[in-house]
Design a protein around this ligand. Structure first.
Ligand code: HEC
Length: 149
């Protein structure tokens, strides 16, 4: 009978379906990597200072307390938009904010969550500021929705 569902039909649906979705997955991965990400991440703005700032960010495990674009810990404020929040759109203003902030830690205000003193040099803090400024310019669909993080 023509409408009989055979083992080989089932196998073909299985193999054809798998091949279709593997190819779709590969095409979407290619599209994300080659088109979507470069449009969003402003990689042309990654300077040596930004790269150095990312290393300092990682070495000091800032993400152990902070989140960056929603990833990380929720003990301390989101920092993907700290440049927008404290920098008034200006790199120099933000660098001086970052130096003042990093050097003032810990505040030792009773009842307030504390951030450690990292004893970073001015150059290292400037690099962190450059990294966080670059991060704020990634197109992350305006995450977080609130300027205070
Ligand atoms: C042990 C947890 C902890 C770690 C690790 C930590 N922070 Fe913080 N950070 C905090 C807390 C808590 C606050 C908020 C303090 C407050 O408001 O008084 C804060 C606030 C900040 C702010 C100010 C945010 C704003 O909205 O003005 C900046 C900038 C910052 N941290 C940068 C860093 C960087 C850069 C690192 C890594 C070198 C780091 N933090 C590591 C706990 C941490």
């Amino acid at each position: 009978m023509a409408e009989r569902f055979t083992k080989s039909m089932a196998r073909n649906i299985y193999l054809g379906g798998s091949a279709f979705f593997v190819l779709l997955f590969l095409a979407l991965t290619y599209d994300t990597q080659s088109r979507a990400m470069p449009e969003r991440d402003n990689r042309e703005l990654i300077t040596a200072e930004v790269a150095q700032g990312k290393h300092i960010w990682e070495e000091n495990n800032c993400v152990g307390c902070h989140s960056l674009m929603g990833e990380g810990a929720y003990f301390a404020p989101e920092l993907a938009n700290v440049f927008d929040r404290r920098g008034a759109g200006d790199s120099a203003t933000f660098k001086s904010y970052m130096r003042a902030w990093m050097n003032a830690m810990p505040t030792n205000v009773p009842g307030r969550r504390q951030m450690p003193q990292f004893n970073l040099t001015d150059e290292e803090i400037d690099a962190l500021a450059a990294f966080l400024e670059w991060t704020s310019k990634i197109d992350d669909n305006n995450w977080p929705p609130n300027i205070e993080g």
